[in-house]
Design a protein around this ligand. Structure first.
Ligand code: ADP
Ligand code: MG
Length: 701
């Protein structure tokens, strides 16, 4: 290890940031273990453990002017130390400090060791909440620092407050960070291209790392944060730009022939004509598919905007060209539903489709695999397991991904192992704000399906408290009397599908025996066998059951235009995106539809969710609200997409910066697709480090 370090320092090769954290002064094996609990393993991790907040302890107040109840920082000379033991088990340490005009008392409970730090006559600074009692100024448990001629660290400055772990207190951690910053920040090399730094007027890297931890002034802190946030966003966009550039310039895909007879037949057979938005987006897909460059396109479209027919058109185009298509869904149930919907559309024009599912027998599976390899299947539907090594396509030219935000960078990269790079079409049912799209799908082209099929009426949404459940059921009664159908969704039980199934079963029983003894009530949940599920959905579709009680499995794919009511029990337990998806099961025909949220929200945030649902049915607006209510951290889940964590940048708040970073990043990559130029070496290291293994196969080698 030592040898390696010496060599890399000698040649100026490795970034010192990649060294294990034990290289830092004050970090031995025990501390290293504690730091590991905070996710800190390298020097870089330590330097990137940014303060949670700062306390301004820079402004010294004369003691006589200290205000009761305020956080104040006071300076003076120690006049004396008293130790009081008013009763067993209680030690009070009082330290008197004077600045000539006034005296303040620092008070500690049961921390007798602090007494040793305060020798009468030494100069100290204490910070904390001031109490004025009688004419005495007192600060309980203050932050303190004994003045020893060095710079102040724990007070007398803008002090960083760090997220901590057990066993490491604030003072110890701050001291440790100070020595790490002193030792490593000055030798950090600049990684941003000079042009970018100048144009964006960004602080140097070394300065920024010092100043984010130990800022001298507020404006310096702001600039440090801006510089480092920019670096995060820039590296993120660089990685995405590299992916996109390689896809566009280096990979050879399939040039599909112009549309032919199959497409015409499918369009003629539809009971409707395409909306303007569907035509426009299909035009974009068609252009991509006919070009020899692989398509990487994301379609955003609200629930019910008609993405299925677009998928069908793309699949037909692949098959018309003599190739195969795959459709990947996030869950088995969804795969089955796609298989049913698309399979039917395609079979009408004579395109054979197969379903590959985890619940098939070994034998059935082998037969299907053989059919895929022998080109007998035009479309293969399944979960993400479709890109497993076992599945061999004869000639795969299109992959449609029905995305529930789960198809990451790495999976996309894996597709390339399957032969010439297939065209990729990602469809998201949850519309996401543009900011998020730029972040998560920055390497994809974006199409927005921003028009609903004609004749849709906005769904009327009501919110009733739990005690008004009967009112919800009376809405069902009215609609059923008109010949329509209803869904009743059970409260969300995320922990266990088994419990969810139980709850649904009980609710169905209760509705059958007590509420709707005269109606036919169906039941749908994830623990049913495939056949039972098919039966339940078919009976509802055919109108044999009038009320369908379901868990969230009904969330996607089930398409019964005659259903006009959806009652969601325990609606406060669902997130906005999920509520919106659920509600999207109604309002699919031309009749007025209704959604009833039965909810007793216990938090303000949950209450707001109900109000948002009542106020709007626009998926994009709901996605924006979702982002606002949940905050970007939870919403993004960048890790699961194989994207780097954002520690300082917030893609929502920093949207303008994100857009600038994106432009600059794409420009860099335009001139240097793999960041291979010597002047981009530092950048490349940063991008690789941040993307971890997800870009490794592309950038290394
Ligand atoms: P999504 O997958 O985007 O949620 P679907 O593709 O399931 O939406 O379409 C929702 C419903 O709208 C389906 O019943 C579908 O047949 C119908 N539909 C799709 N496009 C049109 C259109 N252009 N005109 C009328 N109905 C349409
Ligand atoms: Mg759909």
């Amino acid at each position: 290890m030592g040898e390696q370090v010496a060599r890399s320092e000698g040649e100026g090769a490795g970034d010192p940031l990649t060294l294990p954290v034990q290289y830092c002064k004050g970090v031995g094996p025990t501390r290293a273990r504690m730091l590991a609990r905070l996710g800190i393993e390298s020097v870089a991790d330590l330097l990137e453990h940014f303060p949670r907040r700062y306390e301004d302890r820079a402004h010294l107040k004369p003691i006589s002017q200290a205000v009761h109840g305020e956080l104040e920082t006071l300076q003076g000379v120690v006049t004396g130390v008293q130790e009081l033991r008013p009763r067993r088990g209680l030690v009070i340490t009082k330290v008197g400090v004077t600045d000539g005009m006034g005296t303040a008392w620092g008070v500690w409970f049961n921390q007798p060791y602090v007494a040793r730090q305060f020798k009468p006559g030494t100069r100290v600074i204490i910070s904390g909440r001031v109490e004025r009692r009688y004419s005495q100024v007192q600060v309980t448990n203050p932050a303190y620092e004994v003045f020893d001629g060095e710079d102040f660290l724990h007070t007398g400055r803008i002090v960083p407050i760090y997220p901590l772990t057990e066993g490491l207190n604030a003072r110890a951690f701050r001291s440790l960070m100070k020595s790490a910053v002193d030792a490593y920040a000055p030798s950090l090399r600049e990684v941003l291209p000079a042009g970018v730094r100048e144009r964006q007027r960004l602080m140097g890297r070394s300065d920024a790392y010092r100043a984010i931890h130990f800022p001298d002034r507020d404006d310096e802190l702001k600039e440090a944060r801006r510089r480092l946030a920019f670096e995060e966003l820039f590296c993120l966009q660089l990685g995405l730009a590299v992916l996109k550039s390689i896809q566009q310039h280096e990979e050879l895909g399939v040039s599909h022939p112009p549309d032919g007879e199959l497409t015409a037949r499918l369009l003629e057979g539809l009971p409707f004509s395409l909306t303007g938005a569907q035509w426009r987006v299909y035009g974009e897909i068609r252009r991509d598919m006919e070009s020899p460059r692989p398509m990487h396109r994301l379609i955003q479209g609200d629930v019910g905007s008609g993405k299925t027919v677009l998928a069908a058109l793309a699949i037909l185009k692949a098959v018309w060209g003599g190739h195969q298509a795959a459709l990947m869904a996030p869950t088995e149930i969804l795969a089955e539903q796609h298989f049913r919907n698309l399979g039917q559309l395609l079979s009408e024009v004579g395109v054979p489709a197969v379903l590959l599912s985890g619940s098939q027998s070994r034998r059935a599976r082998e037969e299907i695999l053989a059919a895929i390899a022998a080109r007998q299947a035009g479309l293969v539907v399944g979960t993400h397991a479709l890109i497993s090594d076992e599945v061999r396509f004869a000639d795969l030219s299109l992959v449609v991904v029905d995305e529930q935000h789960r198809f990451g960078v790495r999976q996309r990269a894996r597709l390339k192992d399957k032969g010439p790079t297939p065209d990729v079409l990602v469809m998201t049912a949850t519309p996401i704000p543009r900011t998020l799209a730029l972040t998560l799908y920055g390497d994809l082209d974006l199409s927005v399906l921003d028009e609903l099929p004609p004749g849709r009426r906005p769904i009327k949404t009501a919110w009733y408290g739990g005690d008004q459940r009967r009112r919800a059921y009376s809405v069902i009664r009215e609609q059923v009397a008109l010949g329509r159908q209803a869904y009743v969704v059970c409260p969300l039980i995320e922990e266990s599908e088994k419990l969810a199934a139980q709850a649904a079963t009980e609710l169905a029983e209760q509705l059958r025996s007590e509420i709707f003894p005269d109606l036919r009530v169906g039941l749908l949940h994830g623990r049913l066998s495939t056949e039972e599920r098919d039966e339940a959905v078919a009976a509802f579709r055919g109108g044999q059951t009038q009320v369908l009680v379901s868990t969230t499995v009904v969330e996607v794919g089930v398409d019964v235009p005659n259903a006009t009511v959806m009652v969601i029990e325990g609606a406060e337990r669902f997130g906005l995106a999920q509520l919106h998806q659920l509600r999207g099961r109604v309002g699919r025909g031309s009749e007025q539809s209704y959604c009833v949220l039965v909810a007793n929200p216990s938090s303000e945030e949950a209450r707001e969710r109900m109000l948002v649902m009542q106020r709007t049915s626009d998926g994009f607006a709901i996605a924006e609200e979702d982002l606002r209510l949940r905050g970007p951290g939870e919403f993004f889940g960048t890790r699961q997409h194989g994207l780097p964590d954002l520690k300082l940048a917030d893609p929502v708040r920093d949207l303008p910066m994100l857009e600038v970073a994106r432009r600059e990043a794409f420009e860099v990559v335009d001139g240097d697709t793999r960041l291979a130029l010597p002047e981009h070496r530092g950048l490349r290291e940063q991008v690789l480090r941040r993307f971890r293994e997800n870009l490794g196969m592309i950038l290394v080698g």
